[in-house]
Design a protein around this ligand. Sequence first.
Ligand code: HPA
Length: 265
Amino acid sequence: MLKDYKKRVKKSFKSLNLKGNISPKTAIILGSGLSAVKDSIDGTEIPFSKIKGFPAPTVKGHSGILKISDKVVVCAGRIHYYEGHSIDDVVLPIFLLSRLGVKNLIITNAAGGINPTYAAGELVLISDHINLTGCNPLIGINDDSLGPRFPDMSECYSKKLIEKALSIKPDLKQGVYAGLKGPSYETPAEVRMLQTIGADLVGMSTVNEVIAASYLGMNVIGISCVTNLAAGVTDERLDHAEVVEAGKKAGKELTELILKLLAEI
Ligand code: HPA
């Protein structure tokens, strides 16, 4: 459990310097190279570096900006465990979003496609996840005023929101996302293992944030952009620059989907 949660979140919240009573109901977290949506949404931009308690992201393609309006708040960039930050840091933005009053979370990521029916550049809805990071952001003394000690995770990706996305784009596929620590990509043997245990997608984020969001009572929809097929699914080697580039190409479709979702939730 985020140590000194209330103090940390209070400090971060105060440093946003918000004027008036801004309380967006929906938040969007944009993954590697997927920041295009940010420019289609109005709001005030606050760099992560100006938010007290936020460590600056260190990965290319993660701009690290919070953009906030009365309706929606966008986190373009996120804090990854593989950057050397603590799991408390990774989920601090989720706790801050909850403090802002966020009830719906649209969380996106770049992922490797394990399911051989997926193609690079495709968007896939996350139906469930497997947390293989070895972390859990709720470990420690629980604050019962925030959420239960043993939160139910049977619907941490909202079926209602999945249905809404499917009503917008019926051909969207769904899949189970395996979250690993990274930063090395998987070996082909690891990808075969992930396939055996039921994963369709693999990535290095999302699962701990979704555990925190679900604990805090948010409705979550997860959208993966398959930037590449996972190691061993094809003969190609993985390259981060290509992953970011593929994310940018899928950006238009992701922006359209998110804007339509926003109009409905
Ligand atoms: N593996 C893990 N994370 C990723 C991948 C991958 O193949 N592609 C994009 N993020």
